[in-house]
Design a protein around this ligand. Sequence first.
Ligand code: B16
Ligand code: MG
Length: 218
Amino acid sequence: MFKGVLFDLDGVIADTSTLHFDAWKKLVNKYFSVALPDSIEEKTKGVSRTDSLKVILESLDVVVSDSMFQQLLHEKNELYGDSLNTLSPNNILPGIAPFISELKEQKMKLALASASLNGPLILEKLALSTAFDAVADPSKVACGKPAPDIFISAAKALGLTPAVCVGIEDSIAGISAINSSGAFSVAVGKNPQLQSANLILPSTAELRLDTLRIAYSN
Ligand code: B16
Ligand code: MG
């Protein structure tokens, strides 16, 4: 049986993924006077801030100087940070709070495996900081999702191998990362491209320890 659960943050624990894309849209509109197509959103999910900006600039067919690139990263995070000001436990996605309680009652180890450098701040605002035994630091891993590094680091921080962990993700890049790490992947969401996950649930409200146990042992 698995012993640890590795959580993604944006789109799994909190409803912050739209806030990321809203910030990108505002930024692109300000600097390039164009509307960022919604089709780009999925390509930035689970992907680091730097890699997201690369994807966005490529989609716009725009090249910027290094200093402009840094300025855009900085401003995006300021816009995103502003939107986090009102974040509270009300932004925890459905079913997550009881699921975390159930895992803790059953003595599961919990780690955060988010690409977000704002992860610890968001956990604090959601009043979930003490729920996690470890928070993997995305600034300390060599490669971001879809590489497995953050999930390997999160499992290691729990003193476990990925093989005895379940990873939960809402993004295509994140599911690839979990699969490559050797952990059991659970996707939450309805995007057909999440099909490479070991278990797919339509939403976070369906997360139950028993459901995961049955799928993991099959
Ligand atoms: P930040 P996750 C990811 O979080 C987001 O899905 C992605 O859209 C964002 O670019 C990335 O974090 C970096 O976030 O700018 O706050 O460092 O889904 O891995 O929890
Ligand atoms: Mg996510």
